[in-house]
Design a protein around this ligand. Structure first.
Ligand code: AKB
Length: 316
C-alpha cells in the first residue's frame, strides 16, 4: 500500500484528491500537508495531517521520515494571473516547492507528482491539437515555472532515478473548493452565479477556447499516472491530458439549458485575456491514452449537469 504525503492539500485539487486517495489507499496512509487557511470542513478529523510550509525543506523531510512516505503529491503553486501580478512570489513558490519535494524524494526514495499545465505552452505553440512534444516558450512566469518543473523532474529521473511523473492540467472545474488567481477560473465562477440566480460578467472574450476538465477526471489523471506501469512510459514530465475544449459562449449555452433566464455579459480582463490568448485551444492527448490508458468521462454537458447538482446542495 502506498504511503502518501500531499503538500498543499487544502487547495482546489488537494481538498478533493485527499478524499479520493484515502478512499483508495486508506485513511491513515494519506497525510495532508497544510499551511494556509481556510481549511476544508472536518479537515483535522479526516485523517493524518502535517503543518508544512513547502518552502521549508526540513518540514517536508520530517513529514516524509515520520510517516514513512513513498509518494509525494506536490500541489503548491501560485496560479497564472496572480503570478503575473506577483512574479517573484510565483517563481519562489512554484520553484521552491518543486525543488524541495524533488530533493526530499531523492533522499528518501519517493515518487513525486507535480502538476504541469496548459500554461507550459506559449504563443508559438501550435494552437489546435497541440502535440505532446512541441514548442514550449511560455510568456508567463507561471508557464516558465511549469516548463522548468517538467525539465527538472525528467532530470531527477534520468540522473537519480527519482520516479517523477506528471500531467499538464487544463482549467479544472469543481464544486468543493474554489480555484484562485487562474486564467480558467471563469469556468467555475459561472456555475456559482447561475445557481445563485445572479448574472455573470465574463472576463474573457467570446471565441477564447481553452481545454477544461471536470474534477473527477483530473483526480483519475493524477492517480492513474502514478499507478502506471513504468515500463510502458515513453514520456514522464509531462503528459497532455484533455477532455473538453470550449469558449465562454459554449459554457453559457450549456448552463442556459437549465437556467433559461441566466444572463452573461462581458467585461474583458486584459491580463487574463492575454494569458488565454497565449495558450492552446485544445491538446492532443494521444500519448497519455497510449502509454497509460488515459480516458476522460466528463464532457461539457455531463459536467454542467453534475456541477449544478453539486452546487445546489452546497449553496441552496
Ligand atoms: C490557471 O488558469 O492558471 C490554471 C491552469 C490552467 O494551470 N487553472
Amino acid at each position: 500500500m502506498k504511503k502518501i504525503l500531499i503538500v498543499g492539500s487544502t487547495g482546489q485539487i488537494g481538498s478533493e484528491l485527499s478524499i479520493r486517495l484515502r478512499s483508495i489507499y486508506g485513511r491513515d496512509n494519506v497525510v495532508c500537508g497544510f499551511y494556509t487557511p481556510p481549511y476544508p470542513d472536518g479537515f483535522f478529523d479526516a485523517g493524518p495531517t502535517a503543518e508544512i510550509n513547502a518552502l521549508h525543506i526540513e518540514q517536508i523531510a520530517e513529514a516524509v521520515k515520520k510517516n514513512k512516505i513513498d509518494t509525494i503529491y506536490n500541489l503548491v503553486a501560485i496560479l497564472s494571473a496572480t503570478a503575473e501580478k506577483h512574479p517573484k512570489l510565483g517563481w519562489d513558490v512554484g520553484i521552491g516547492s518543486l525543488m524541495n519535494c524533488l530533493d526530499v524524494a531523492k533522499e528518501y526514495n519517493c515518487a513525486v507528482f507535480t502538476p504541469s499545465s496548459i500554461g507550459a505552452f506559449g504563443p508559438n505553440t501550435p494552437k489546435d491539437q497541440t502535440p505532446q512534444d512541441t514548442v514550449q516558450r511560455p510568456n508567463t512566469v507561471y508557464g516558465i515555472t511549469k516548463v522548468l518543473g517538467e525539465l527538472v523532474s525528467d532530470y531527477y529521473y534520468e540522473r537519480w532515478k527519482v520516479d517523477a511523473r506528471s500531467v499538464r492540467f487544463p482549467g479544472i472545474i469543481s464544486s468543493m473548493t474554489l480555484p484562485g488567481g487562474g486564467t480558467t477560473d471563469y469556468a467555475v465562477d459561472i456555475y456559482y452565479k447561475a445557481v445563485q440566480g445572479e448574472d455573470f460578467i465574463c472576463p474573457l472574450q467570446a471565441g477564447t477556447f481553452m481545454d477544461m476538465m471536470y474534477m473527477p477526471d483530473a483526480l483519475d489523471a493524477a492517480i492513474n499516472i502514478m499507478e502506471a506501469n513504468p515500463d510502458k512510459l515513453v514520456h514522464r514530465n509531462s503528459f497532455n491530458v484533455a477532455s473538453m475544449s470550449f469558449d465562454p459562449e459554449m459554457i453559457y449555452k450549456s448552463i442556459k439549458k437549465q437556467y433559461p433566464d441566466f444572463r452573461m455579459t462581458y467585461a474583458i480582463d486584459p491580463l487574463k485575456q492575454s494569458i488565454a490568448n497565449s495558450w492552446p485551444n485544445c491538446l492532443d492527448d494521444s500519448c497519455a491514452r497510449e502509454e497509460w490508458g488515459w480516458r476522460p468521462n466528463f464532457d461539457l454537458e455531463r459536467t454542467t449537469k453534475d456541477m449544478i447538482e453539486q452546487l445546489k446542495i452546497k449553496l441552496l
